[in-house]
Design a protein around this ligand. Structure first.
Ligand code: HEC
Length: 257
């Protein structure tokens, strides 16, 4: 229904096509029941537990905290502020990139961003901040300011053959809806809480997915060239999207459609 209504609003024909493709993934009653069940026992909890083990073997929280320059007991609060500027990297980095930095500093093999191990470890590390409110500070320094600005540009830039931007589907005015299960989530809505809920178990993929990979899936669906993981543009998008729901509680892993 929704896609039909949106198409009636005379959005581009291609956008309607993309919407209808997404619509097929919309929640049926059976899916809703499955979602409720998954909330009770989330398969991604296993991944987070494995992530804890892998992370412990690779570096451990003490060495990691030291690399970050914080006390171990202050890790939860500190982690709630990612992506952040890290001086040793001389750039704004995500939690996954900070794990790579710690591995490198410890003389350990550096896990690739796209590896299963990294997905699990970054979910574990972020889960240390569960219950904290996301506290990204896009005004903290000029690096953060620049990345936030770049993120907004990437978000609003119309790309690809279809001329779509992230904003074509994710602005408050196009849907104005507030429900979590909406086919078109307003990324700034508190209920979406994109900042505090990824990595999440995606029902439609039967696996845990990170925020950057989730964004790549949107790019793929909308036929936008995929921005590579770890690139300046991808980190900037993460900064921008995270800041949209700053203040929401962190809850890893969550369940998404
Ligand atoms: C053609 C429409 C469309 C475009 C363009 C699009 N998205 Fe999405 N996006 C969706 C839909 C639909 C969903 C939610 C589907 C669902 O319910 O699982 C979604 C979900 C998301 C989510 C997860 C929200 C949550 O639940 O936490 C993020 C983050 C996101 N998109 C980011 C982006 C970014 C960044 C871009 C630009 C690169 C983008 N999207 C472009 C349609 C789009």
């Amino acid at each position: 229904m929704r896609s039909v209504t949106l198409c009636a609003l005379a959005l581009s024909a291609v956008l309607c096509g993309a919407l209808q493709a997404e619509e097929k993934l919309s929640m049926s009653e059976a899916d809703k029941a499955m979602y409720a069940e998954l909330l009770e026992s989330n398969p991604a909890e296993m991944d987070v537990a494995e992530g804890e083990q892998l992370f412990g073997e690779l570096i451990g929280t003490a060495t990691y905290a030291k690399m970050l320059g914080v006390k171990e007991k202050d890790l939860p609060k500190y982690l709630s502020g990612f992506p952040r500027y890290l001086d040793p990297a001389k750039k704004v980095v995500t939690i996954a990139q900070s794990i790579q930095m710690a591995a490198l500093a410890a003389g350990k093999p550096v896990p690739k961003l796209e590896s299963k191990e990294m997905v699990k470890m970054s979910a574990y590390v972020k889960s240390l901040a569960n219950g904290q409110k996301t506290s990204i500070d896009v005004k903290a320094n000029k690096h953060m300011e620049q990345m936030h600005k770049l993120g907004q540009q990437v978000f609003e830039e119309r790309r690809g053959g279809r001329g779509l931007s992230c904003n074509s589907c994710h602005s408050a005015d196009i849907v104005g809806s507030r429900l979590r299960m909406q086919p078109l989530p307003d990324l700034g809505a508190k209920e979406t809480a994109a900042a505090g809920t990824w990595p999440a178990y995606r029902m439609t993929q039967s696996q845990m997915v990170t925020l950057d990979k989730r964004m790549q899936q949107c790019m793929k669906n909308a036929l936008l060239a995929e921005i590579p993981l770890g690139s300046r543009e991808m980190v900037a998008l993460e900064v921008y999207v995270t800041n949209k729901t700053k203040g929401n509680a962190i809850s890893i892993p969550s369940v998404k459609r």
